[in-house]
Ligand binder design. Structure first.
Ligand SMILES: [Fe+2]
Ligand SMILES: [Fe+2]
Length: 278
């Protein structure tokens, strides 16, 4: 299947993916109106229920039970509610269905995506990156192309096998065998969904040593967040990947920050626990 054919297939949106697209479209604007988000979320019972369950979880330890979306935005802020909605919609749209032939389990793919989102959010705050919501979304969606390949392309396991134990060679193997890589596929979806240039470039360049001229900071956030997720949830088939010091420099962080971020995200993932299960 070509990149366009795969993207077309994903583009024939399920009702769930349509909600995700709408949520992402609204929240791509850093100054989005919370009413716009709430009006989309509340039309969807499953989504509303999940957002409220999350708000009332140990992750936030709020002093009282939240019963409505407007209360949720009041206590947690509109960005946090947007992140929760995006997370649930992404799991429902892209991490459902059969991953029988996938070289990575659905749970592993999803767990790493959420860990990258948490790490992206934290790194954005630590490095004073102003568009924090985009960092969360970029962390969550950076490997969207990978999940699609795992779910839709039966022979993708052969591509991963070709990469042997070197994860850095994976995109090269994808290019060689499929004619495109998971970064291009993910960014094509982001482009079609009008998620903004920042996100499109962040997804496209997340395995690139050299950051793109437009928003290199976001690109480094995603790359470091990705390493955090692999360190927390390693795969014995691959050698561990190391954080790139150039990325840390760009974010004005050092290796201690990286260690602390990894530890903190590990704790967040434990607390988020079953709420994240797909
Ligand atoms: Fe990737
Ligand atoms: Fe990744």
């Amino acid at each position: 299947m070509t990149l366009t054919e795969l993207a077309d297939k994903v583009d024939q949106l399920s009702p769930e993916a349509k909600v995700l697209q709408r949520v992402l479209e609204i929240t791509a604007d850093p100054n989005f109106r919370v009413e716009d988000l709430v009006s989309v979320v509340q039309l969807d019972g499953g989504l509303t229920g999940h957002v409220l369950r999350f708000c009332n979880s140990a992750l936030f330890s709020l002093p009282r039970t939240i019963e409505s979306l407007s209360e949720a935005t009041m206590y947690l802020g509109s960005r946090q509610v947007a992140n929760l909605a995006t997370t649930f919609c992404t799991s429902r749209s892209f991490f459902s269905g059969s991953f029988d032939k996938s070289p990575f389990s659905r749970e592993t793919l999803w767990t790493r995506s959420v860990a990258s989102a948490f790490a992206g959010d934290l790194l954005a705050n630590q490095s004073s990156y102003s568009v924090t919501g985009t960092a969360y979304t970029a962390g969550l969606l950076h490997d969207l192309g990978l999940s699609i390949l795992c779910r839709e392309v039966g022979s993708y396991a052969d591509v991963v096998r070709q990469a042997d134990d070197d994860l850095d060679s994976l995109t090269g193997c994808e290019q060689q065998i499929l004619g495109f890589d998971h970064c291009q596929l993910g960014s094509e979806i982001a482009k079609r969904w009008r998620l903004g240039d920042r996100l499109v470039q962040g997804i496209l360049n997340h395995h690139q040593e050299t950051a793109p001229p437009q928003d290199p900071q976001l690109c480094s956030i995603v790359r470091v967040a990705d390493v955090v997720s692999w360190q927390l949830f390693p795969d014995p088939r691959f050698q561990p990947i190391k954080v790139n010091v150039g990325d840390l420099h760009r974010l004005k962080l050092d290796e201690d920050h990286f260690e602390q971020t990894t530890e903190f995200v590990g704790r967040q993932m434990e607390v988020a626990g079953e709420l994240l299960s797909v």
